[in-house]
Design a protein around this ligand. Structure first.
Ligand code: ATR
Length: 277
């Protein structure tokens, strides 16, 4: 193996992961000598694969679908945001040999909203669609921004209620089904369902988005997702997808590993340009 510091993303599927490109870009930008590769690792041999990676000198790992819960269970200790989200997307070797687990997804979203898109969360009414792992990963960091309220809507109401109960100690949060949203309106609507992956859309009633409100799909694709198209139809001020979040969660992981914070604007520009060309 090369004498450079080794990093990787594990997941399945992994072929189309942009993470190697993103981290190699950051490494060049910040003059860090490291290697970062994508490795196909399904859930079954996850623990062995991670053991081997660190035993062979690996310094840090990203874990993506379907491994984030397994990575959470694997970590020796966890950041508070990872603990709450019950998912880990970043493992970092510590100086004492232990493995720290972090979840940089939520802070990646918040950074993309605030820094890259000038969308503030403080005092805002936020609607989150979906109550799976993706929602769980973003609620805590959104609450840290002190929104007026968070509403979690889900097809299976029980899952949304469970999430709201779990995060209630951190700020105002409520749960409901999609039909109960009728008559309500929000400053920011975040799609955290997996519907976009099949070009589908949750059953959204009209009038949910306030004037000057914005929409954000955690998923991203070269073409606008069904939710981004819906956001355009609703007259959203900004109709964003998760490319910026992907880059910002990587920047946060890079910072955790290397102690150096990369800047993302140039890379966002490069990747945005590629998908319109
Ligand atoms: P993830 O880790 O990506 O969040 P997940 O835990 O399987 O994946 O959760 C998927 C979420 O998307 C769930 O909230 C799911 O709703 P249910 O809990 O009711 O199943 C939601 N979802 C998936 N497809 C959907 C669709 N077509 N319309 C509405 N919600 C959908």
């Amino acid at each position: 193996m090369s004498d450079k510091d080794q990093y990787a993303v594990f997941g399945s599927p992994i072929k189309h992961s942009k993470s190697p490109r993103i981290h190699q870009f950051f490494a060049k930008q910040t003059h860090q000598d490291l290697e970062y590769r994508a490795v196909l690792v399904p859930a079954e041999p996850f623990e062995q694969a991670v053991n081997d990676f660190f035993a062979q000198g690996g310094r840090g790992l990203n874990c993506t679908v379907p491994l984030k819960e397994l990575a959470w269970a694997y970590a020796d200790k966890k950041t508070e945001r990872a603990e709450l989200s019950k998912a880990v997307n970043t493992l970092a070797l510590q100086s004492d040999g232990s493995i720290l687990g972090d979840n940089t997804d939520g802070i990646g979203l918040v950074t993309d909203l605030k820094k890259n898109n000038a969308i503030q969360l403080k005092g805002k009414r936020v609607l989150i669609l979906g109550a799976g792992g993706a929602s769980r990963g973003i609620i805590g960091p959104i609450q840290d921004e002190l929104p007026e309220s968070i509403t979690v809507a889900n097809r299976t109401i029980g899952k949304a209620l469970n999430l709201a109960t779990e995060f209630a100690h951190k700020g105002a949060i409520s749960a409901c089904g999609y039909t109960e949203l009728a008559g309500l309106s929000f400053d920011l609507i975040i799609n955290a369902t997996s519907a976009s992956l099949s070009d589908d859309l949750p059953p959204l009633v009209e009038g949910l988005l306030k004037e000057q409100g914005s929409c954000y799909d955690l998923a991203y694709a070269n073409e606008p997702t069904a939710f981004v198209r819906w956001a355009h139809e609703q007259g959203a001020l900004k109709s964003l997808d998760g490319l910026g979040m992907l880059i910002e969660q990587a920047a946060e992981a890079f910072y955790l590993w290397r102690g150096v914070r990369p800047t993302s604007a140039e890379l966002i520009g490069v990747l945005e340009a590629e998908r319109v060309s």
